[in-house]
Every structure is written in structure tokens, then in C-alpha cells.
Design a protein around this ligand. Structure first.
Ligand code: KIV
Length: 306
């Protein structure tokens, strides 16, 4: 039987997440994405890890892919999320072309993200081919969350949005990649859009936790894009998303109610307006001239009708 390994008020750290293997009795790690302070405030008491994902490019900015996302965007949204998160571990995605050139480029940009946001670590897409870069970062004190399987930054090269690991060569490459990332010091690895038995096998083989998205219930944790999970992002819904709420529909209803209320002169009502209730001058024997009323008001001698 699994036991919870964190208590609600405990600050979640990288070593705490690294130790969360379900087979060792830990509760699965709950992760979601956030791009803003208010969303971070809502998620923070409830989840173990918040990812400032570069999915913000598609979800928030309306780009067709994550490729146009810049380091500046990740820094700005990462800093906003950090202002709303007190307890959960916050990890910021490294955007396309900010880390692939060399380990040195990756270090320079990851260090900037950490210094300017205050986040706990960064996520990097890539398998065995990124292991040297991950090792370069982790040996210099930058915690890294790996990401293999479907990697949105390289969908063009890998044949679009599809499940990974069906073919034996690809499955072998993914197992090797997971091991190499672990050996390079990654504290956990995201498995995205991967056939279920392969995600379960990688989870079984690794000492570090796996975090699945479209992968397997056997993973040590799960992550979804919050806007997908609450039904706010409506352009498309990947097969692996479960909508736990229909916030988009609720917003539509609220906006329609608002417009109707405005058009029917029902909003704003008196309680939403200032100065509707007349000021009553304090009783005085002298006639109240405008100048006297102004002087009384300045001296605090008027009060609102209760
Ligand atoms: O960018 C993102 O939000 C992600 C998660 C979906 C894992 O990479």
C-alpha cells in the first residue's frame, strides 16, 4: 500500500521528488502546468510540482507550435509563477534553441532562468543525445528534469504528434535514453505519448521517478497541461487528456450573463456604484450653503445615510 511522502504544508524540494518512487511506497507525484501567478496560487497547495511549460506558446500565445517561444517569455512567466508558489516545486522549461547548441549555451541560459525566476530547476527535451548537456548542468548545480518520447520541440523531425515506442528500435532508444538521463543526474524524467508497456518498463528500470503524460498509470507521477485538464484550452484535446472541469463553458456562460445584464440595464446595480446614496449634512442651525457643505465635508462632518 502506498503512503503519502509529503505533507500538505511541506516545501517540496528536488531531493524529495527524486525519492518519490511508487514501488518504494511513495504516493504518485501530481504535477500540472502554470504560466501565471493566479494559476500558481490555485495549484500550489494541491500539487507536488508546477511546470512552467513552453506549451504556453500554443496555449497562451496561440502559436502553432512551441518553437517561437523565447527565453524572455519563459523568464517572465517563470517569475510570475514563482510569485504565486510557496510550496510546490517549480520547474521552468528551456525553450527551443536555448540549450541544443552546446552544454555551455545550455548552462548560460539555464543559469539565467534560475537566477531571474528563482525556480528550482529546468526541463530539457531530449534523450541520449542530450545526456552530456544534462550532466554538464547537474554537475554545476542546476537540477534537470528530462523529457523523452514525444518532444514537441522536435515534432517536425519525429513525424508529428504520435505515440512513441511502437517500433523495437525506437523502444530501445527510449530505454537507453532514460538510463543515460538518469546517469547524467536528471532528478526525474517526463515520458510523453509513449506506448503504455514501454512507459511501465522504463519506470520499473529507473531509480529516478518517471512522470507520465499520455504514458502509463504505472509512472511515478502524472502531468497534464492545466488548461487542457480544466477545459479552458479548446482548440483540440489530445487523447490522453481527461477534462476534470469545463471552465471554458463556464466562462462562456458568465460572459453571456454579463452581456445580457448590461443590455437590460441590470448591471451595474446601485451597490456597484459610488455616491448613489446622498450625503446628509450634520444637523446645524445655520443654512447649508455649498461653501459651508464643502467646509463641513473637509472637516469630516458629513456621514453617509446608513
Ligand atoms: O510544455 C509543457 O507543458 C510540457 C508538459 C506537457 C510536459 O512539456
Amino acid at each position: 500500500m502506498s503512503t503519502l511522502t509529503s505533507v500538505p504544508n511541506e516545501k517540496i524540494t528536488v531531493p524529495l521528488i527524486r525519492a518519490r518512487k511508487v514501488r518504494a511506497g511513495a504516493a504518485p507525484i501530481a504535477c500540472l502546468t502554470a504560466y501565471s501567478k493566479p494559476m500558481a496560487q490555485l495549484l500550489d497547495p494541491q500539487v507536488d510540482m508546477i511546470l512552467v511549460g513552453d506549451s504556453l506558446g500554443m496555449v497562451l500565445y496561440g502559436f502553432d507550435s512551441t518553437l517561437p517561444v523565447t527565453l524572455e517569455m519563459m523568464v517572465d512567466h517563470g517569475a510570475a509563477v514563482m510569485r504565486g508558489a510557496k510550496r510546490a516545486l517549480v520547474i521552468v522549461d528551456m525553450p527551443f534553441a536555448s540549450y541544443q547548441l552546446s552544454p555551455q549555451q545550455a548552462y548560460q541560459n539555464a543559469a539565467r532562468v534560475m537566477a531571474e525566476t528563482g525556480c528550482a530547476g529546468v526541463k530539457i527535451e531530449g534523450g541520449a543525445e542530450m545526456a552530456d548537456t544534462v550532466s554538464f548542468l547537474t554537475r554545476r548545480g542546476i537540477p534537470v528534469l528530462g523529457h523523452i518520447g514525444l518532444m514537441p520541440q522536435s515534432v517536425a523531425a519525429s513525424g508529428g504528434y504520435r505515440a512513441h515506442g511502437r517500433d523495437a528500435n525506437e523502444a530501445d532508444y527510449l530505454v537507453q535514453s532514460a538510463r543515460r538521463l538518469q546517469d547524467a543526474g536528471a532528478f526525474a524524467v517526463v515520458l510523453e505519448s509513449m506506448i503504455e508497456p514501454l512507459a511501465a518498463r522504463i519506470t520499473q528500470e529507473l531509480e529516478i521517478p518517471t512522470i507520465g503524460i499520455g504514458a502509463s498509470p504505472a509512472c511515478d507521477g502524472q502531468i497534464l497541461v492545466t488548461d487542457d485538464m480544466i477545459g479552458l484550452f479548446q482548440d483540440f484535446k489530445p487523447k490522453f487528456v481527461k477534462q476534470f472541469a469545463q471552465i471554458g463553458a463556464q466562462i462562456s456562460t458568465a460572459v453571456s450573463d454579463y452581456t445580457n445584464a448590461v443590455q437590460r440595464h441590470e448591471f451595474p446595480a446601485p451597490e456597484h456604484c459610488f455616491g448613489v446614496k446622498p450625503l446628509v449634512p450634520v444637523a446645524t442651525s445655520a443654512p447649508v450653503t455649498p461653501m459651508k457643505a464643502a467646509a463641513d465635508a473637509k472637516a469630516g462632518k458629513t456621514r453617509r445615510r446608513s
